[in-house]
Design a protein around this ligand. Structure first.
Ligand code: ATP
Ligand code: MG
Length: 564
């Protein structure tokens, strides 16, 4: 993180003050708590940058915690992919860990302790079992303007509550028959404070713990316990949790009463929560539920489809970790909800790739050019990256027949068309000056072959007599070039907000042309490209190799977009 003013956001100032006031026991500890029920997306990447970034900045540690308290949709496959994506973004969790791996935690490993804390709340008269139905519970809870109505079970004595809670745990009741509620304040203007449910019955297997539990803690109860037990000092989350913060503090206070807060460097570590605005991107959706729906309905090729806003999708699209981090830095951390333009992300990608991507030549829509007065073969030498001399040069063969892109030829050139046209001279990148003499067409009138001659005194690309040639085009030698597949991506949705007609209807805003696959030709060196290698195809765009001789377009070379 740099020292610019924008990076001194409120979270950073908040942590700075706690460090100065000695509240961290000498170590800032943050956490990133994904639920392993899907792959992480660019929104999560922002949280990753904030959570890991702040820990890094203060020389502390960031835990990676699988928030696996909701047993239905979680899996190890998701957990493993989350780990891989975070590492790819350039971050590493550290700290003690709860299962052998440093810095790595599973919330479910704390179920035993959570249960004990809940029993202790019951003993202290701070929680009670309630058997209102969901509808009754909602009705009793009421609206912020008017005090709620207490549950008839609110004053059940602790011994009886303890019995019911143990029966709940032992599987005596069906889902929803009973729940455990914190006894707080039924008149609070914050309805999350009106005796919230902290445990519910769910007869479902957990992906790690099987059928060991049929009662599961609610997020609002579990999260502060996880943070507190891990010794987290600064727990950052998205804005929607702001109204839950009093409850977070309530749970931490109760843990304090129970003597459960850890001590570090002689200081009792009292975790605190702060909230920042989520990252919203236009022209896409980010809820894991909807992303999963697209995967299941095969609207996309999987979570890592290059059109997906997932981190693995962006990786396959050729985006770089550095560009994603730069994007997160640029949009900044604030308390105001806003939407970000995917063009800014692309701009960051382009900025980096322009500096780092290897230059190659590829022809996406080939048409053959025959150089009638050329014999034999020659070699052209071109820089691998004009922005980086250390990248060196490569040599590539040039022969009598080459491919050029169809769009670089016009039989009847428009005004200011300086590329290939009958009677006109053009430079073949790195090779020579070529004058087109005509073309052959098929019955439908499509150009099938272009003919012309080269200027034998122009090897390297410049005329011996110094005359100017305006256009330079790229090419691939027919004899040695390799056939390749190109996948050209566009945005997945046509609508800025695909959810504008509700989440049931978002698929009707899909862009039918979000993927176009074409076949063409690449210079010979690209036959050795490995998946993940990134290139700038000269004059064509940035591409990433996605398997042997398959290239995904990352983005175009230019865009009118300029960051503010
Ligand atoms: P989704 O709604 O996409 O399913 P989630 O919030 O349920 O996401 P979690 O796995 O619970 O997903 O999120 C892990 C962390 O990432 C949380 O701290 C959450 O606040 C944060 N996060 C999720 N989405 C965003 C976003 N769009 N911008 C910033 N942070 C986010
Ligand atoms: Mg969540």
């Amino acid at each position: 993180m740099n020292e610019s003013d924008t990076s001194r956001h409120f979270l950073r100032q908040w942590i700075e003050k706690d460090v100065a006031d000695g509240r961290t026991g000498g170590k800032v500890v943050t956490r990133f708590p994904p639920e392993p029920n899907g792959y992480i997306h660019i929104g999560h990447a922002k949280a990753v940058c904030v959570d890991f970034g702040m820990a890094e900045l203060f020389g502390g540690e960031c835990h990676l915690r699988m928030d696996d308290t909701n047993p239905t949709k979680e899996s190890d496959e998701y957990a493993e992919n989350i780990k891989r994506d975070i590492r790819w973004l350039g971050f590493q969790w550290s700290g003690e860990g709860d299962a052998g791996e440093p810095g790595f935690y599973n919330a479910s490993n704390m179920f035993e302790r959570m249960y004990e804390i809940a029993e202790e709340l019951i003993r202290r008269g701070q929680a009670y079992c309630c058997n209102l139905t969901q509808e009754q519970w909602k009705e009793h809870r009421g609206v912020p303007e008017k005090p709620g109505v207490p549950s008839p079970s609110r004053d059940t004595p602790p011994e009886r509550n303890l019995n019911i809670f143990r029966e709940m745990r032992d599987g005596k009741y069906a889902d929803g028959e009973w729940c455990l509620r914190a006894k707080i304040d039924m008149a609070s203007p914050n309805i999350h404070f009106r005796d919230p449910v902290i445990y519910r019955i769910r007869h479902v297997s957990h992906y790690h713990l099987g059928d060991r539990w049929c009662v599961y803690p609610m997020y609002d109860f579990a999260h502060p316990i996880e943070d507190a037990l891990e010794g987290v000092t600064h727990s950052m989350c998205t804005l929607e949790f702001e109204v839950h913060r009093p409850l977070y503090d309530w749970v931490v206070d109760r843990m304090d009463e129970q003597g459960l807060l850890p001590v570090r460097g002689g200081v009792k570590i009292r975790t605190q929560q702060r909230e920042f605005a989520r990252l919203n991107l236009t022209y896409t959706v980010m809820s894991k539920r909807l992303l999963l729906q697209m995967v299941n309905e095969k609207v996309v090729d999987g979570w890592d489809d290059p059109r997906m806003p997932t981190v693995c999708g962006m990786r396959r699209r050729g985006y770089t970790p550095g560009a994603i981090r730069e994007f997160c830095e640029r949009i900044g951390v604030s308390k105001v909800e806003s939407e970000s333009d995917p063009a800014l992300l692309e701009w960051c990608v382009r900025e980096e790739l322009n500096r780092t991507a290897t230059r190659r030549m590829a022809v996406l829509d080939p048409v053959k050019v025959v150089i009638d007065n050329f014999t034999g073969t020659r070699e052209v030498e071109l820089p691998n990256n004009p922005m980086d001399e250390a990248a060196g040069t490569r040599r590539l063969p040039f022969g009598r027949e080459i491919w050029i892109d169809r769009a670089d030829f016009m039989e009847v050139p428009e005004k200011k068309f300086f590329r290939m046209a009958p009677g006109q001279e053009v430079r073949l990148r790195g090779a020579c000056i070529f004058r087109c003499t005509g073309c052959a067409k098929d019955d439908s009138g499509a150009v099938v072959e272009i003919h012309g001659v080269w200027d034998e005194n122009s090897w390297g690309g410049n005329a011996a007599d110094g005359r100017k040639v305006k256009g330079t085009i790229h090419w691939v030698d027919c004899a040695t070039g390799a056939p390749a597949e190109f996948r050209l991506y566009d945005r997945l949705f046509l609508e800025k907000d695909p959810l504008k007609d509700g989440s049931e209807n978002f698929l009707k805003h899909l862009n039918p042309d979000s993927l176009k696959t074409v076949r063409g030709c690449v210079e010979p060196a690209l036959a050795a490209a490995a998946a993940g290698d990134r290139f700038q195809f000269e004059r064509t765009g940035y591409f990433v190799c996605d398997g042997k001789l398959v290239f995904n377009r990352t983005c175009s070379l230019k865009d009118s977009y300029k960051p503010a």
